[in-house]
Ligand binder design. Structure first.
Ligand SMILES: C[S@@+](CC[C@H](N)C(=O)[O-])C[C@H]1O[C@@H](n2cnc3c(N)ncnc32)[C@H](O)[C@@H]1O
Length: 220
């Protein structure tokens, strides 16, 4: 399996952030079933701590127009809508099997009318979107995050929020764990993303050690 985009790398011991035990939001029975089924099949969906962070944040922000890059089977999109019931989500997924399963899950959860699922490459689709979006969850191929940044700055409204997932990658990015050779390029790309989003003028950013690392940015 190609883990260049995934959260879960089964070749690595599962490293939990110390706060994970306190961050275990639960959802309705149907979404919990979808999460369990995805976890059993090792489909890379956001971990519980990330879903907790996302839903607490969205409960406060109540964005109306959300963009997600990297749908997988729709877990994070459904979790986001559980926190802001009036929102609309545009979500992009390149894998056609995941996209089909996400659509079926959205139907099961009765949230399909609030979701536009675009099957395609996130970078290509992003260039065609107008926005403005008030919240973006960036969760597709990590190596591409830095390339997407100018387009993200274009489509996110002033004061809008960009949340990028997996930016610490098992402690490799901070140097807390030694990066295996096959992950070195990926780690370099993630470092470039963090450098760009923390030092440029488009965003104000904080990096948070929750889940597998989150970069929370506000558009200036
Ligand atoms: C970590 S998973 C997304 C998990 C999902 N956000 C959730 O938490 O339920 C990353 C997804 O991004 C997709 N992906 C990877 N590269 C992509 C690209 N260039 N364009 C669109 N989707 C991509 C993968 O197929 C995978 O489903």
């Amino acid at each position: 399996m190609d883990f260049s985009y995934a959260h879960r790398d089964t070749s690595q011991p599962e490293k939990q952030s110390p706060t994970a035990q306190f961050n275990r939001a639960e959802f309705g029975a149907e979404l919990e079933e979808i999460i369990s089924s995805a976890n059993l099949r090792e489909i890379p969906v956001s971990d519980r701590e990330t879903l907790t962070f996302l839903t607490v944040l969205l409960s406060a922000l109540q964005p109306k127009n959300i963009l997600e890059l990297g749908t997988a089977v729709g877990v994070s999109a459904a979790a986001m809508l559980s926190a802001c019931k009036d929102a609309h989500i545009t979500t992009v997924e390149k894998d056609k099997n995941f996209a089909a399963e996400a659509l079926s899950n959205f139907k099961k959860l009765n949230i399909l009318p609030q979701i536009t699922l675009i099957e395609g490459d996130a970078g290509e689709v992003l260039g065609t979107l107008e926005g403005p979006f008030d919240f973006v969850f960036l969760d597709s191929a990590k190596a591409q995050y830095v390339k997407y940044l100018p387009q993200l700055a274009r489509v996110i409204k002033k004061g809008g929020v960009l949340l990028a997932d997996d930016v610490l990658l098992y402690g490799y990015v901070t140097g807390e764990a030694q990066t295996p050779k096959k992950r070195q390029m990926l780690v370099e790309h993630i470092k470039e993303y963090i450098a760009a989003v923390t030092s440029g003028t488009d965003f104000k950013t904080t990096v948070i050690n929750a889940g597998n690392g989150l970069a929370l940015s506000v558009k200036q």
